[in-house]
Design a protein around this ligand. Structure first.
Ligand code: 3PY
Ligand code: MG
Length: 260
C-alpha cells in the first residue's frame, strides 16, 4: 500500500477488497494477515478480545504490514467509533443497526461538520495515512467510511430508510445473526440458501442506492458468491480459526507420523 492509497477509493472503484478478521488481541497477527496478502484487516471490538489500547496497536501493525485498517465497534458505541477513526481506522463497521435513527447517529459520529459531529484531533490517523492534519481534514469525510451492519429482520424491514441516510457510506451483512433473526431463533445457518437470497437482495438494494455493500464470509466459496452478488468489501479468515486449525493440523501430523 502506498502512503496515499485509500480504502474508500478502492471500494468505490468497484474492485472487491478482501479483509482478514482479527479477534485475538495480538497486534502482530493483524500485521501477519496484512503481510500474508489481505488488502485490509478488520479489528473486532464487538466479539473480539481487543480493547481500545490493543486496537490502536493493531491499527498501527496493520499499517506496518501494508494493509487498510478497519474496525468493528461494539453495539451502539458511537463515541468509540470517533476515537478509533482518530486512531487511524479508515472504515468503521457498526453492528445491529436496526433503524434510520441508529444509522444516522452512527454515521454522523465518524464525519466532521457539516456531515456529522465528529470531534477534532486525528493526529494518529494523519500519521498512519501519511498526511498532514490539514490534508487529513480535507479528505476525512469521504475517506473515513461508515458501514451499518444489517443482521436482523428489523434491519431488513428498515433497509430503505437506512440506505436513505446521506451520511452513511454503506452496509455490511452479518450472516450469522441474520440467520438467527430470520428464523426467529430456530437456526444458526449463515451459509444456507435462505440467507444467500436475502444477502443478494441487500447487495442489490445497496448498490442501487449508491452505497457500498460488504459482508462477512466464512470460506472462499462464500467469498466468490459474495463477489458475484455485488459485494465490494468481503471478510474472509478469522485469526482464531487460522491459529486453531494450524495447531490441530500440527498435532494430527505428529500422530500420523508416529503411528506408522
Ligand atoms: C454475523 O454474522 O452476525 C456477524 O456479525 C459476523 O461477525
Ligand atoms: Mg453479528
Amino acid at each position: 500500500m502506498s502512503e496515499q492509497s485509500f480504502l474508500a477509493d478502492k471500494l468505490r472503484s468497484g474492485k472487491p477488497v478482501i479483509t482478514g478478521w482479527s479477534v485475538l488481541c495480538v497486534p502482530m497477527i493483524a500485521e501477519m494477515m496484512a503481510r500474508g496478502g489481505y488488502e485490509a484487516v478488520t479489528v473486532d471490538l464487538q466479539h473480539g478480545m481487543y480493547d481500545f489500547a490493543s486496537a490502536c496497536e493493531a491499527l498501527a501493525a496493520t499499517a506496518l504490514g501494508g494493509a487498510h485498517r478497519i474496525v468493528r465497534i461494539p453495539i451502539g458505541d458511537n463515541a468509540l467509533a470517533g476515537r478509533l477513526a482518530d486512531m487511524g481506522a479508515e472504515c468503521l463497521i457498526a453492528p445491529m443497526i436496526n433503524s434510520r435513527e441508529d444509522a444516522v447517529s452512527f454515521a454522523r459520529a465518524v464525519k466532521y461538520p457539516p456531515d456529522g459531529d465528529r470531534s477534532w484531533s486525528p493526529f494518529r490517523a494523519a500519521m498512519l495515512s501519511g498526511q498532514t492534519m490539514e490534508e487529513y481534514r480535507k479528505g476525512a469525510n469521504s475517506q473515513t467510511l461508515s458501514l451499518a451492519m444489517i443482521e436482523t429482520q428489523e434491519a431488513i424491514d428498515a433497509l430503505d430508510d437506512i440506505l436513505s441516510v446521506p451520511e452513511l457510506d454503506g452496509v455490511f451483512v452479518g450472516p450469522s445473526d441474520l440467520s438467527i433473526s430470520l428464523s426467529n431463533g430456530a437456526r444458526l445457518d449463515p451459509n444456507g440458501e435462505a440467507n444467500a437470497k436475502v444477502c443478494a437482495a441487500i447487495a442489490e438494494k445497496a448498490v442501487k442506492a449508491g452505497k457500498l455493500a460488504g459482508i462477512f464470509c466464512m470460506n472462499a466459496d462464500k467469498v466468490k458468491e459474495a463477489i458475484q452478488q455485488g459485494f465490494c468489501l468481503i471478510s474472509h479468515g478469522i485469526d482464531r480459526s487460522f491459529v486453531g486449525d494450524a495447531i490441530a493440523n500440527a498435532r494430527r501430523e505428529v500422530d500420523e507420523i508416529t503411528s506408522t
